[in-house]
Design a protein. Structure first.
Length: 193
């Protein structure tokens, strides 16, 4: 089965959304009369010398996706570095629930683009100087599959299928829009003595 290129998929998605909106009457096709609503004046003032707070130095991250065939292209590390990206999440958001990192496949016929394997991602993350954040497969995966990923990501760390690690780790848990809990763990490096 041949998959459409990313620009073709995006164009198809935009056309589907616009078609649905036209059917629902949210957008009109063809010439339309200007709205008869009264005009309302508004004023906005921006004080560029005032700030609300400081963004922590390690707070700028980006989600990657194994269906994005461009994520590891040659210009990407330079662009991410220039944008100040210092953390990259892999293999994606909800897509991580169907992705098997060991064999590079996605369950239920999910698409995995060429050049998006874990090793390619790590090469890009290292070139950017970004912290890799790995999201494990809680959907179709097993605890053993998740535990096997730890030594592959950080050879000095060991893990078991119970989720216990030989090093301390920081973890964030959140409940997504579907009510499912997502957990992302990032092993902390021990301080040199």
């Amino acid at each position: 089965m041949r998959h459409a290129s990313a620009p073709a998929r995006l164009l198809r998605q935009v056309l589907v959304v616009l078609s649905g909106m036209a059917v629902a009457g949210l957008v009109s096709v063809g010439p339309a009369a200007p709205p008869a609503a009264a005009q309302t004046a508004a004023s906005v003032t921006v004080n560029a010398t005032s700030g609300l707070g400081t963004i922590p130095a390690d707070a700028i991250g980006l989600n990657t996706a194994v269906y994005d065939g461009y994520m590891n292209d040659t210009p990407i590390p330079g662009l991410l570095k220039a944008a100040g990206i210092d953390a990259l999440r892999y293999p994606g958001g909800s897509y991580s629930d169907i992705y098997n990192w060991q064999n590079g496949t996605a369950a239920a016929g999910g698409y995995v683009a060429p050049n998006t394997a874990f090793s390619s991602f790590m090469t890009t993350a290292k070139a950017v100087g970004a912290q890799p954040i790995i999201t494990v497969n809680y959907g179709t995966g097993t605890p053993s599959l998740a535990a096997a990923w730890v030594p592959a990501r950080c050879p000095t760390v060991t893990a078991s299928s119970t989720g216990r690690s030989a090093t301390r780790s920081t973890a964030t848990a959140r409940t997504g829009p579907t009510g499912r809990r997502t957990r992302t763990a990032t092993p902390r490096r021990r301080a040199a003595r």
